[in-house]
Design a protein. Structure first.
Length: 293
């Protein structure tokens, strides 16, 4: 049988994690879908790759034999993709930047100006990515670099540089009991319904629900939102409140919506992210362009 690259990626993830749940989170797929794909690979190869008879899974002899070969195939394919991307980028002279947030803060203007100094013939293309992908297109290879909030899923696969560290605020409908307040302690919000990112956002979803700061207090989910426009609509219809960064507060302070600082929460971090081991000179130039002087 001819195995697909996806099958090999799934196999390597499970082999390295030795845990289907963690591997599924790393791959942004459901655990049942991952298990089904692994069984399909085993059926096609007519071998058993994992010993599932014990609580902790383990590689079989066949699985141990396949692992280094699978890694080599994936490494060669990744190198081929990068070579193709280099050639295409050099011809098109376009660098694609993924955005998971309204960046503001003067960052994009600074990046444009400094990047243009280094590469006057190049063009920056900005791509807004919904919050279901907390990597803002990086994991799927749809963008070259990304501006996103930490933490990012698959942290070891990406390198990040923090560009801004800001307190968290809360946005609410203008008839909410928070209206008229100048700030609020997070403990006062524990029983409120919160708007949540999609579950595929992983640890970033937990961050914007402030799960690490809740102790044992459960969170109430008032709704799931994938972008700013859905968030505005959900706040306005009374589905819940939402945490946001101080630098984005002005965006939410619009007719019908208010926003105030929240005390008792750790700050949030806006970062530039790129694939670890990125070698393209144009990408490095953009990374340097956003570095503070």
């Amino acid at each position: 049988m001819d195995a697909h690259l996806r099958d090999l990626r799934y196999f390597v993830a499970v082999a390295e994690e030795l845990n289907f749940t963690r591997a599924a989170e790393r791959l942004y797929v459901s655990q049942p879908a991952l298990s089904k794909q692994i069984r399909s690979l085993e059926d096609g190869l007519r071998v058993k790759l994992f010993d599932r008879e014990h609580r902790a899974i383990a590689l079989t002899a066949a699985g141990r034999a396949l692992l280094p070969a699978a890694r080599d195939v994936l490494r060669e394919w990744d190198a081929a993709q990068k070579a193709v991307a280099d050639a295409a980028a050099a011809e098109a002279a376009v660098l694609t930047v993924g955005l998971s947030t309204s960046v503001g803060r003067g960052l994009l203007q600074r990046g444009r100006e400094r990047f243009a100094e280094r590469r006057p013939t190049w063009r920056l293309k900005f791509r807004q990515v919904n919050w279901g992908d907390a990597t803002a297109g990086l994991a799927a290879g749809e963008v070259d670099v990304a501006l996103l909030w930490l933490p990012v899923p698959g942290q070891s696969e990406f390198t990040t540089r923090v560009l801004a560290t800001e307190p968290r605020w809360v946005a609410f409908r203008d008839d909410h009991w928070l209206a008229g307040r100048t700030s609020v302690g997070f403990a006062e919000l524990l029983d409120e319904p919160f708007l949540a990112l999609p579950s595929s956002a992983g640890p970033l979803r937990d961050h914007w629900l402030a799960l690490p700061d809740r102790g044992d207090h459960p969170v109430r989910i008032g709704g799931t939102v994938c972008n700013a426009e859905e968030t505005f609509a959900a706040i306005e219809d009374g589905s819940g409140i939402v945490l946001l960064a101080e630098g984005n507060a002005a965006i939410y302070q619009r007719p019908g919506i208010g926003a105030i600082p929240v005390t008792g929460l750790r700050p949030t971090e806006l970062a530039l992210a790129w694939t670890t081991g990125e070698h393209r000179a144009a990408v490095r130039d953009f990374i340097d362009a956003l570095a503070p002087r």
